[in-house]
Design a binder for this molecule. Structure first.
Ligand SMILES: [Zn+2]
Length: 399
């Protein structure tokens, strides 16, 4: 047995006792792109070409818990975003119901442990983008009732009440209604997810929250300078807050060279669009692909993902790190981490770097279970103190 095989064996032993819980997988949207709402046409018991996720590979990867992403384009108007979000949520619930031998919906840390012990994959849902609640706390509560257990306050664009990392700041972080959203999430026991938001929003949410926060899929900004990653000063606050940062795998977030290369490709496509306004999106995509064939680019690696985990551990602390792959999110993955079957290779790399079995147990899922239990206990306390918020965005923001 090679040393790598030995470490993989150790990882498998660890994952027999602790569920590996991944913070972010976009299979629901990847399926929708392929078959729209007709997901019964897809059989997840078989390997699906071009997708990174199916049941055999989830099993091979030792996955014990999965946050399935409920995502809609950030550019949709609020009402349309909410309708489409309910459709995405329905897709997740239908997938879970269609494979009862593989999946079961989980709403609590106890659920995850029970479902994992029964040999199934605990399925949780995260809402990726605050625009989907239509600036309504009533809608937020109904998403919780249907199983949503974290909400990313923004996606790519700034919302009416929170600034995104990749868009113009309009609110200096959170508006008063945004603060109320955080308070209501705390009361419900829905995790406040700060991936995708601006540093000012991260700070404002950390000021407002009574529960520990989550970053469902982000890296360390001091390793790769990308706005989607978390600055060191925020990581230090996550340690004090008791939160968890789940390390993202996507190449553009773990390698600056890959991000620059993708930007160069986008520039070529934008120039082509400006020169030929009549070109279709498909033609423009082909122009980008052909430029890339002529100019082969850098490739990110599994080791670079581990570098991010090292940094998250050094600044936020070993009790505040998890994994949030973003598989099937429509972007490239590093060499060695191409699909859900390869989680054990990453954990084996951590063992090679000197992480203890206990450290790996925490990163794989132990920290996330602890975070959920902390948030559940804060919710119980707050529910004893106050009822559902009846405030509105009009009242709080004068909007
Ligand atoms: Zn994302």
């Amino acid at each position: 047995m090679t040393e790598h095989d030995g470490r993989i064996e150790r990882v498998r032993e660890i994952l027999r006792g602790t569920p590996l819980i991944d913070g972010h997988n976009d299979l629901p949207e990847a399926l929708r792109r392929r078959v729209d709402l007709r997901i019964s046409e897809v059989d997840l018991r078989q390997s699906i070409p071009d997708l990174m996720t199916d049941i055999p590979r989830l099993r091979a990867g030792g996955v014990g818990g999965q946050f399935w992403s409920v995502w809609v384009p950030a550019s949709l108007p609020e009402g349309e975003a909410t309708r489409r979000a309910f459709e995405q949520l329905d897709i997740v619930r239908r997938i879970v119901a269609a494979y009862p031998e593989a999946f079961e919906l989980a709403g609590t840390a106890d659920d995850i442990e029970r479902i994992f012990a029964a040999g199934r994959i605990a399925s949780l849902m995260g809402l990726e983008g605050g625009s989907m609640i239509g600036s309504s706390l009533a809608v937020l509560r109904q998403f919780y009732a249907l199983g949503i257990r974290y909400m990313t306050l923004t996606h790519w664009l700034t919302t009416r009440w929170a600034d995104a990392a990749t868009d113009a700041a309009r609110h200096d972080g959170l508006t008063p209604f945004g603060v109320e959203v955080v308070h209501e999430m705390n009361r419900l026991g829905m995790l406040v997810d700060l991936s995708h938001v601006s540093p000012a929003t991260m700070s404002a949410a950390l000021d407002a929250t009574e529960a520990p926060v989550l970053f469902s899929h982000s890296g360390a900004r001091s390793v790769t300078d990308h706005p989607r990653n978390v600055p060191d000063e925020i990581l230090a606050r996550v340690r004090a807050n008791g939160g968890v940062v789940m390390a993202v795998f996507l190449s553009i977030f773990v390698s600056r060279a890959v991000a620059d290369y993708d930007q160069a490709t986008d520039d070529v496509v934008d120039a082509a669009r400006a020169a030929r306004p009549e070109a279709t999106e498909a033609e423009l995509e082909e122009i980008g692909r052909s430029w890339q064939r002529e100019h082969p680019g850098p490739v990110a690696t599994l080791a670079q993902v581990a570098d991010h985990i090292d940094r998250l551990r050094d600044i936020a602390g070993i009790e505040h790190v998890g994994i949030g792959s973003d598989f099937d999110g429509g972007a490239r993955l590093p060499e060695g981490l191409g699909d859900v079957s390869q989680f054990p290779d990453l954990l084996a790399e951590l063992l090679r770097r000197g992480y203890s079995d206990d450290d790996v147990r925490r990163i794989a899922g132990g920290n996330l279970l602890r975070l959920l239990r902390d948030a559940e206990s804060v919710a119980r306390r707050l529910q004893a103190e106050r009822g559902p918020s009846e405030r509105t965005i009009e009242e709080l923001d004068g909007a």
